[in-house]
Design a protein around this ligand. Structure first.
Ligand code: MTE
Ligand code: MO
Length: 361
């Protein structure tokens, strides 16, 4: 007998379905200790692949810019590499980060905290290329298509997302062919991907083959059915867009292998981590060592770029006992992370405060 599909279902308990474990094995999270690096080493960058990683032949790869344009363009990788390149540090976060902290939880890729990383992306800005193609006045959106094909929500599809003309023309948007000074690795979009700073990761389409200018808002699965802040099955919800404010902490001390519970020596400890808020900037980071009753200010480091996270650190004199450490960030628009989970049906944008339990000997 085949097991009924769990797609689109919610579960209450802490046991994970085989499909979730299978997805977790494919889509690695970053290691929280990697938050000590301002730029995540490539092999520690989180990964999210909906379908299969496609095989790509760089010699024959082409990017087509089509649809409502005066000059349709077909560009090889060499064509793209001959244009003036830029390199920017960008923090990417999966919109589903924090999903598994919710009750009930949506059965899909089960992230706790680990779906965020920062890389230096090298490529060419998208705006000049779109100007060269000449967008028609009737163009409302650009649809970005990846080479990877699969089935989701019963629909056979290439992975596709769209942006409005203004969003696509925004300064930071890149067609990237390098990550941390090396050609993209296959799983991160080799040979070419979109990088849209400040937006949750689903927008940064990997294995990019086509950019199509269209007159109407694109109704693809990844736009209208997925990536929605919906509260119930009949609520379409607002579309997920920019990354919400969040901070994470490098768990201090040493871990228990199985539970990952932390143990620490008494004395002075430097708590540290990273905070980010899409394109808004971080105004403050606070740390609590008593489960959120009292807060102290952390010191902020300068971010490498307007699109990358901000380092923070804070000294703590650890006294024997059991403590719940918390970190919370506030962005420059005044948004502050909530102590309680931000529940949506698909588990999107749950930026609740990060808590780390420690036992001081
Ligand atoms: N073509 C394609 N692009 C994609 C995806 C995908 O499955 N296919 N996943 C998206 C999602 S949901 C995220 S969070 C980011 C993850 O990028 P990374 O794997 O390089 O960290 O890629 C996005 N781009
Ligand atoms: Mo994602």
């Amino acid at each position: 007998m085949t097991k009924p599909s769990m797609a689109g279902k919610h579960v209450e308990d802490g046991r994970y379905e085989q499909e979730e474990v299978q997805l977790a094995g494919r889509n690695r999270g970053t290691l929280l200790e990697s938050l000590a690096y301002p730029i995540t080493p490539t092999g520690m960058h989180y990964l999210l692949v909906h379908f299969d990683v496609p095989m790509a032949e760089p010699e024959t790869w082409q990017l087509a810019i089509t649809g409502l344009v005066s000059t349709p363009l077909t560009l090889s990788l060499d064509d793209l590499r001959q244009r003036p390149a830029v390199t920017t540090a960008v923090t990417l976060e999966c919109a589903g980060n924090g999903r598994s902290l919710l009750h009930p939880r949506y059965v899909t890729q089960p992230w706790f905290h680990e779906a965020v990383s920062t890389a230096r992306w090298t490529g060419i800005p998208l705006a000049p290329l779109l100007r060269e193609a000449g967008l028609d006045d009737t163009c409302a959106e650009l649809v970005f298509t990846g080479r990877d094909e699969g089935i989701q929500g019963g629909e056979v599809q290439f992975y596709q997302r769209s942006l409005s003309v203004a969003e696509a023309m925004d300064d930071g948007v890149l067609l990237a062919y390098e990550m941390n000074g090396e050609p993209l690795q296959p799983q991160h979009g080799f040979p070419l991907r979109l990088v849209v700073p400040g937006w949750y990761g689903m927008t940064s389409v990997k294995w990019l083959t086509k950019i199509e200018a269209v007159a109407e808002p694109f109704q693809g699965y990844q736009m209208v059915s997925s990536y929605r802040y919906s509260k119930g099955p009949d609520d379409p919800g607002e579309p997920v867009s920019h990354i919400r404010v969040r901070a994470l902490m490098v768990p201090p001390g040493i871990p228990d292998f199985f539970s990952r519970a932390r143990r620490l020596q008494p004395g002075l400890v430097t708590l540290q981590g990273r905070a980010w808020a899409g394109r808004v900037g971080i105004a403050r980071v606070e740390v609590s060592v008593d489960g959120g009753s009292t807060w102290r200010e952390a010191e902020l480091e300068a971010p490498e770029s307007p699109y990358s996270w901000t380092g923070w650190h804070c000294a703590w004199n650890a006294e024997p006992g059991t403590h719940t450490l918390c970190v919370r960030a506030t962005d420059c628009a005044g948004n502050q992370q909530p102590m309680e989970p931000f529940w949506t049906r698909q588990g999107m944008g749950n930026n609740m405060v990060h808590r780390v339990g420690v036992q001081v000997e």
